[in-house]
Design a protein around this ligand. Structure first.
Ligand code: UDP
Length: 247
């Protein structure tokens, strides 16, 4: 676990920059240790509060990246200025580290055409990437996929199955092989394949990527509202209680 961890509604969030997070992972790889990396946001915390099994996975993750804008705001209420670390960028840098060091990597998730195109685009930028396994996210037999990953021995595993499927999948791998760095990357393959656009940089800088995505994909509206305001309300209450307990 990272030593700089703050707790929001009992969920740990690691206070680090993208490079510090990558350093943490690189050290783990060098020591032949595995890690479950979670890119936390308010919707995940809400899901974790409803689903105990997911909640435990999120709480036990080795590295929890401060991804969501709501997380940044929550930390701000605690007077912590934390830069947002988008999971998609973190995962892309992890791919570069694999390419530079010839670490074997595996990709699981998304539709077959998305996965194929994403890998094609990544390979254009890093031709010598050592991909030992790839599998789309619409398989019939999960055990076969898990076994194939264990046999092909990737050092890094990217899983794009959406939350909470990807977290449960990684947990299953971890229980059978504990020296893999595994990260749930949500819709990242869709972006790398060019099927989905990230928000313009200006929106990203303002922390409003979530709003842009919601406008582009209105089905996401249900996920953000009322989750985000409810989450912030609960954090305000928690912060007041923490202050009271201190005094
Ligand atoms: N997905 C999958 N198998 C499933 C469900 C989802 O491979 O059974 C993929 C889906 O094709 C998409 C990704 O998981 O590429 C999740 O995308 P989403 O945008 O919902 O994830 P988020 O980033 O919002 O968690």
């Amino acid at each position: 676990m990272n030593p700089k961890r703050e707790y929001i509604l009992n969920y740990g969030v690691d206070l680090l920059t993208k490079n510090e997070g990558l350093d943490f992972i690189t050290k783990k790889i060098l020591k032949n240790e595995g890690a479950q990396v979670v890119t936390i946001n308010p919707e995940m915390i809400e899901m974790g509060q409803k689903n105990k099994e997911l909640g435990e996975i999120l709480k036990n993750a080795d590295l929890v990246i401060p991804d969501g804008f709501g997380i940044k705001l929550a930390l701000k209420m605690r007077r912590i200025n934390q830069e947002q670390v988008p999971g998609i960028e973190f995962a892309r840098e992890l791919i570069n580290i694999c390419a530079e060091n010839n670490y074997p990597i595996a990709f699981v998730g998304s539709k077959d055409e998305v996965l194929t195109k994403a890998i094609e685009n990544i390979k254009e930028q890093t031709p010598n990437l050592n991909i030992v396994y790839k599998q789309d996210g619409y398989y019939k037999n999960e055990d076969n996929v898990v076994n194939a990953i264990i046999e092909t021995k990737p050092k890094v595993l990217l899983v794009a199955l959406g939350v909470p499927k990807q977290e449960f999948f990684i947990e299953k791998i971890k229980s059978q092989k504990n020296d893999i760095i595994a990260i749930g990357v949500g819709g990242s393959f869709d972006v790398w394949a060019g099927y989905v656009q990230r928000a313009p940089v200006k929106w990203q800088k303002l922390g409003l990527e979530w709003l842009y995505r919601t406008m582009k994909e209105p089905r996401r509206f249900k996920r953000i509202f009322p989750t985000l305001p409810m989450f912030l309300f609960k954090v305000i209450i928690e912060t007041i209680q923490l202050k009271r307990n201190k005094n």
